[in-house]
Design a protein. Structure first.
Length: 485
């Protein structure tokens, strides 16, 4: 009997264990089902929450952005009083940034889920940013021309796309490694890319509607507190501009300037202002210079130094001319970026004889209708390459756009010898890119390397010219912020 009872006890233990095991497995299975159900519910709620946040973004862009002034912030709803929408609710804010973009943060709740989404909106950039060289020839009904030339080691080389409103000539051994687009004819050497003749024209940017004088973060003008040495306090982000640093600007050969001359360089880093150190509170800003701007240190190259973590990135808009006499180089070519824009100051002119002064009979640009030239004698809205003191131009890093002409300014030095130069960025003009490079039977080599980082979205420079300043906005960026703060 004991043996039989022992067997019964063993069977009972086994059955009990089996029952407990089955119950445990059932519980685990049930828990897994419940957890999966909860996870599915959470995912569904989160997805619906994101849809509601995007709906809030659309409402803000439609109802608030059109009337928002630069620097202002507006909102719809509050966290404790969200706008009911789609079974949940949202609240959102929008800020009109100085670079004419709009930052929208839209937060939403649905069920147990909550999420915030940040988007950035703006109008499409002008296609000038797509070309290594852009020659708009705005004032000519028939367009102009862009000649490339040189032979052997002195040949012109453009690594990037070229646009010309007019004819493009590839003479000598010149090369274009990229597409070439011209509203007229393309003659000479073959292009390493697509060559499109008789193409539709691309209008030059209308810089007046950008309102740089209003949206600029910093203004360099007569009201700035320059001391007797032409310096600003080192704590002022504008200290990288020095007033009337040099007076040997080829005045001995007759050049005169009506505008004040400012020089890019940090006098607190070097007395020769051959270094540029942008402070963190002055980075990613627009500087508006009311006068001429010179890159002409007491040396042969200006260098960006002590860049912020993400690199030095500034836009310099000049209501006058820009004179690039020496090279300017990035400290970090992957992070640093400079945008130079030469803006027309009223009337300017086409300098037919190349003496950098207005002479009677030269065509007036932006004429007010009276046929009398009333602008500064040196003109405005132009970018000049060349050193009046005879130095080499060297390598220029930067994106450069001239509202009028991109032209030469004593590019043959003091001995009449051609001075080669290289650009990494782009060189573009609303009128013509017309840099004289042939002197005494010799040719000054021009090398232009297109910097794709703006096109690829790797960097954003404030105040980049837009295709148009009205019409629909485009989403420039989107990112998930997570839970609302």
């Amino acid at each position: 009997m004991r043996r039989r009872d022992a067997e019964r006890g063993t069977v009972l233990v086994v059955c009990t264990c089996a029952t407990l095991l089955i119950a445990g497995l059932s519980y685990c299975l049930l828990s897994s089902v419940v957890l999966e159900s909860n996870a599915q519910r959470d995912r569904t709620e989160l997805a619906k929450c994101a849809y509601i946040a995007e709906g809030g973004t659309a409402d803000v862009v439609t109802s608030l952005v059109p009337s928002l002034e630069i620097g202002a912030t507006a909102s719809l709803g509050l966290r404790n009083q969200p706008i009911r929408y789609g079974g949940g609710g949202y609240w959102a804010t929008v800020t009109a940034e100085p670079d004419r973009t709009f930052t929208v943060v839209s937060s939403a709740v649905y069920g147990q889920a909550a999420v915030s989404i940040e988007t950035r909106w703006g109008r499409e950039f002008h296609p000038v940013r797509d070309y290594a060289i852009f020659s708009g020839n705005r004032s000519s009904s028939t367009g102009g021309s862009l000649p490339l030339g040189g032979t052997g080691s002195s040949r012109d080389i453009v690594n990037g796309k070229v646009y010309v409103n007019g004819d493009l000539s590839l003479g000598g051994h010149s090369e274009i490694h990229g597409d070439a687009v011209a509203t007229g004819a393309i003659t000479g050497n073959d292009v390493d890319g697509e060559a499109r003749e008789n193409a539709p024209g691309i209008g030059a940017p209308d810089l007046n509607v950008m309102r740089y004088g209003e949206i600029a973060d910093f203004k360099v003008n007569a009201a700035a507190p320059f001391n007797s040495q032409g310096r600003l306090p080192p704590s002022d982000p504008r200290h990288i501009f020095v007033k009337e640093f040099r007076s040997d600007l080829a005045t001995s050969v007759g050049f005169k300037f009506d505008n004040t001359n400012y020089f890019l360089g940090d006098p607190y880093e070097s007395s020769s202002i051959d270094r540029v150190s942008v402070s963190s509170d002055g980075n990613e800003k627009i500087y508006f210079v009311d006068g001429n701007l010179w890159i002409e240190p007491m040396g042969d190259t200006s260098r960006i130094i002590r860049s912020p973590v993400d690199g030095t990135r500034i836009t310099v808009v000049v209501k006058g001319n820009i004179y690039l006499c020496d090279g300017i180089q990035y400290e970090d070519p992957d992070r640093d970026a400079l945008l130079f824009i030469a803006l027309t100051d009223g009337e300017s002119y086409t300098d037919l004889n190349g003496n950098n002064q207005y002479d009677a009979g030269e065509p007036i640009l932006h004429d007010d209708g009276d046929g009398v030239y009333e602008g500064p004698r040196e003109g405005s809205g132009n970018i000049h390459f060349g050193d009046p003191n005879g130095g080499g131009l060297g390598h220029v890093h930067g994106y450069m756009y001239a509202d009028n002409y991109f032209q030469d300014h004593v590019l043959d030095g003091t001995n009449g010898q051609p001075i080669p130069f290289e650009v990494t960025g782009f060189m573009s003009a609303g009128e013509q890119v017309r840099i004289k490079r042939d002197f005494k039977g010799k040719h000054a080599k021009m090398t232009v390397n297109f910097d794709r980082r703006v096109v690829d979205g790797d960097i954003i420079l404030p105040g980049f010219p837009e295709r148009e300043t009205s019409g629909e906005l485009s989403m420039l960026s989107w990112r998930l912020l997570g839970q609302p703060e």
